[in-house]
Design a protein around this ligand. Structure first.
Ligand SMILES: [Zn+2]
Ligand SMILES: [Zn+2]
Length: 64
């Protein structure tokens, strides 16, 4: 699984586990970044270890 934002292997910032999409639907959701993704290991909102982008389903280019 590659981070949609920084193109590095996606690692959970909270627990350090490498994240793998469990099914194609989830992968598609992540590429659109509109759906919140939880880390399957620690169940926190997934945050990219490298670029610190949270996969919380919010578009960070939009304020509010
Ligand atoms: Zn990243
Ligand atoms: Zn985790």
């Amino acid at each position: 699984m590659i981070c949609a934002y920084c193109d590095r292997p996606l690692i959970c910032d909270a627990c350090g586990a490498e994240f793998r999409a469990v099914d194609p639907r989830q992968y598609e959701a992540m590429s659109r970044a509109e759906v919140a993704i939880d880390c399957p290991e620690c169940e926190a909102i997934l945050i990219c270890h490298w670029c610190k982008t949270p996969y919380d389903g919010r578009d960070e280019t939009e304020e509010g």
